[in-house]
Ligand binder design. Structure first.
Ligand SMILES: Cc1cc2nc3c(=O)[nH]c(=O)nc-3n(C[C@H](O)[C@H](O)[C@H](O)COP(=O)(O)OP(=O)(O)OC[C@H]3O[C@@H](n4cnc5c(N)ncnc54)[C@H](O)[C@@H]3O)c2cc1C
Ligand code: FES
Length: 274
């Protein structure tokens, strides 16, 4: 196997624009013409921040050769990424991993916090494919709702936008899963797509498990190589690797994963409870 093909050829790209989404979250845009693989919603890229680290990032925009990543600064690498400005350089590899299946006619898309990032291209692709799309953006407070302004400005007759906040400052007051319970009383869906905190995704999986709705979730695990070499991102003792078999998993696949919603692993592979 040619390692360049497996790992993706690293490419230097110059940041063209930085958009402030919330007090702390930033979307960084850059352009590239050369791609190792086709981008489909759900796939992720590895971003190298010179002198700091290389980390996985979902893709929040991929339009022709313009790419966007939306970053929540929680640690050294993400903080460094958020501090970059237009004309700074980063390295990228990918895109890698599995993608969302777009065959839905009537979808519910649930994004918790920064989990909205990889769902954004999915929402636009579903609408382009003619699907009816209900989006629930969930966050702790109104100020932390990602892409709320953008999606509320989009007057698309097939887009139904809902919000939930833990503090009740916007939309449903309470947890995303309780908001989903309420939405499910009013409407039926063929597919539920989600990305966000794993405990939220696990509760949604439980909610949909005995229904006719299909379930697709984008998971996160600690990653080093991003392409199936190091084993750091193991989801389970079954050997499922989130960078290759995921990040997008179906409910059927997750039903066989004993660690989904229970454990993740740190940089040394030690199991940690959620
Ligand atoms: C496929 C994929 C897509 C992602 N997409 C995005 C995205 O679109 N936007 C975004 O902001 N972040 C995204 N992330 C998460 C991002 O990669 C991590 O937040 C980042 O690697 C943390 O690096 P750091 O140096 O900033 O923090 P660190 O200093 O390494 O860690 C800070 C804290 O976060 C925890 N942590 C680190 N990585 C992860 C992880 N993968 N899962 C759970 N906890 C973790 C650490 O245990 C520690 O407690 C994604 C992760 C994956 C696997
Ligand atoms: S990150 Fe190395 S195998 Fe997944």
């Amino acid at each position: 196997m040619n390692m360049d093909i497996l790992m993706g050829t690293p490419m230097s790209v110059r940041i063209s624009e930085v958009v402030r989404e919330t007090e702390s979250v930033r979307t960084l845009f850059f352009r590239t013409k050369r791609l190792d693989r086709e981008f489909v919603p759900g796939r992720f890229i590895m971003i190298w921040i010179p002198g700091v680290d290389e980390i996985p990032m979902g893709v929040s925009l991929w339009k022709q050769n313009k790419i966007g990543v939306t970053v929540n600064p929680i640690g050294e690498a993400t903080k460094a990424l958020c501090s970059l400005e237009s004309n700074d350089w980063i390295g990228i590899r990918g895109p890698f991993g599995s993608s969302f299946t777009l065959s839905s006619k009537n979808s519910l898309v649930v994004g918790g916090g920064i989990g909205m990032a990889p769902l954004r291209p999915l929402i636009y692709s579903l609408l382009e494919a003619g699907a009816e799309v209900t989006v629930l953006i969930a966050a702790k407070t109104k100020q932390e709702l990602i892409f709320f302004k953008e999606l509320s400005k989009l007057s698309h007759k097939k887009l139904h936008l809902k919000t939930s906040t833990d503090d009740g400052s916007e939309g449903f007051a309470g947890l995303a899963t309780d908001a989903v319970r309420e939405i499910l009383r009013e409407r039926e869906f063929d597919t539920v797509y989600t990305c966000g905190p794993e405990l939220m995704m696990h509760s949604l999986y439980e909610l949909t498990r005995d229904s006719r709705m299909s379930f697709q979730a984008s998971l996160e695990r600690f990653m080093k190589c991003g392409c199936g070499i190091c084993g750091t991102c193991a989801l389970d003792s079954t050997g499922s690797l989130v960078c290759v078999d995921g990040p997008v998993y179906t409910g059927e696949y997750l039903s066989k994963m004993t660690e989904f919603g229970r454990y993740h692993r740190d940089a040394l592979g030690v199991k940690k409870k959620f």
